[in-house]
Design a binder for this molecule. Structure first.
Ligand SMILES: Cc1cc2nc3c(=O)[nH]c(=O)nc-3n(C[C@H](O)[C@H](O)[C@H](O)COP(=O)(O)OP(=O)(O)OC[C@H]3O[C@@H](n4cnc5c(N)ncnc54)[C@H](O)[C@@H]3O)c2cc1C
Ligand code: FES
Length: 338
């Protein structure tokens, strides 16, 4: 006995998958070669979110970080927590179908450099052992890295537009204590073997038809470094782009020279920074990242891309909802504990 789920993508592609009794929508889709975005599989990260358009379902668990009450009320569910209760059901995923046809692979790599770029962040550079092995991804997507010497895996957004000469970079926050943070601070040495699984995630630039608001909290900047680098390399983006970059302390600001270079490389790109708890010596802006949002810029239709800690994403979404701003779409990647 099985039910049928229609999986509808934003580019119009629809796939039908047979879902066994008590099988999760996510597992059924994967069995049929439809690799839906997935990370935690526990109803926490929201990566597998979709809109139930028809049919009855049982949803096991939805963490408040994954979907808001309002989104649940609108019919959003999580594919990793959803079972079908009717013979047919339809689910809309706000991503392009080609993202899901790319199977993830585990790649062997070697740490080629590690650099502490601020008090609370490091850049990890990994070189793939087999440069001929393709690792196609879209900037904004992420990889899961196996922390050397452990069997723990952690998710990190690509900080480069593509694999270049076999190399990849990641901008990683150093927590006072954590499996990856401790490894990077205490033991990481060029030459260490490191495995990575990629590509993952559905956070990537959609076709750019209107101005872009990019909002980075802390190392959420990583995804935007990759996206902006891609736009600069393509040289096709005529739309204005504003990046608002917020951190806790001024020492957390990273990669400012790279952002300066991107303002030169892109026709209409500007960024601003803000610090929540600065020292007395700080002469820049103090506050939260939403304090940087410019109502004049946001009066026109725009697309918003948000990346970083969940509270920053929620605050930014609420700010936009509560103001009279232009018609907009919001895409986000929450750095939940992975
Ligand atoms: C899709 C995705 C993409 C991500 N991309 C990035 C990225 O590009 N750069 C990056 O720095 N991080 C990113 N993260 C977060 C990252 O995967 C790890 O969760 C984080 O680096 C902590 O790992 P750790 O091993 O050092 O700490 P852990 O051993 O996992 O945690 C140690 C302790 O710190 C807490 N903790 C974990 N994360 C946080 C946090 N963010 N803030 C406060 N406390 C925390 C844990 O609950 C635990 O108590 C991403 C997460 C997701 C889901
Ligand atoms: S993969 Fe479903 S909520 Fe994280």
């Amino acid at each position: 006995m099985h039910n049928t789920a229609a999986i509808v993508f934003r580019d119009g592609t629809t796939r039908f998958v047979k879902v066994d009794k008590n099988e999760l929508l996510m597992d059924a889709a994967q069995r049929h070669g439809v690799n839906l975005p997935v990370d935690c599989r526990e109803g926490v990260c929201g990566t597998c979110r979709c809109l139930r358009e028809s049919g009855d379902v049982d949803v096991e668990y939805i963490d408040e970080e994954a979907l808001t009450e309002e989104e649940i009320g609108e019919g959003h569910v999580l594919a990793c927590q959803t079972r079908l209760r009717s013979s047919q059901a339809s689910f809309y995923f706000d991503i392009d179908s080609n993202v899901c046809s790319v199977a993830t692979e585990v790649h062997d790599g070697t740490v080629s450099a590690v650099e502490q770029v601020s008090d609370a962040a490091a850049i990890l550079e990994v070189t793939l052992d087999d440069p001929a092995q393709a690792l196609p991804y879209l900037p904004g997507q992420y990889a899961r890295l196996e922390v050397p010497g452990t069997d723990e895996w952690r998710a990190y957004s690509f900080a480069t537009s593509a694999v270049k000469e076999g190399r990849l970079r990641f901008l990683i926050r150093l927590l006072p204590s954590g499996v990856m943070s401790d490894y990077l601070r205490d033991r990481c040495t060029p030459g260490d073997a490191i495995s990575l699984e990629a590509p993952l995630g559905a956070f990537y630039l959609r076709e750019i038809q209107r101005p872009l608001l990019m909002v980075a909290g802390g190392t959420g900047l990583s995804a935007f470094l990759g996206m902006l680098e891609q736009l600069a390399e393509k040289g096709e983006c005529a739309q204005p782009i504003r990046l608002c970059y917020g951190v806790t302390q001024e020492q957390d600001l990273s990669e400012l020279a790279r952002l300066d270079a991107l303002t030169e490389a892109l026709p209409d790109f500007a960024f601003d920074t803000i610090v929540m708890n600065p020292s007395e010596a700080w002469r820049g802006k103090q506050g939260v990242v939403c304090d940087l949002f410019d109502l004049d810029f946001l009066a026109q239709p725009f697309d918003a891309y948000l990346c970083g800690p969940p509270p920053m994403i929620e605050a930014s979404k609420h700010w936009l909802e509560a103001r009279e701003v232009g018609e907009h779409r919001v895409f986000f990647e929450k750095f939940v504990s992975s």
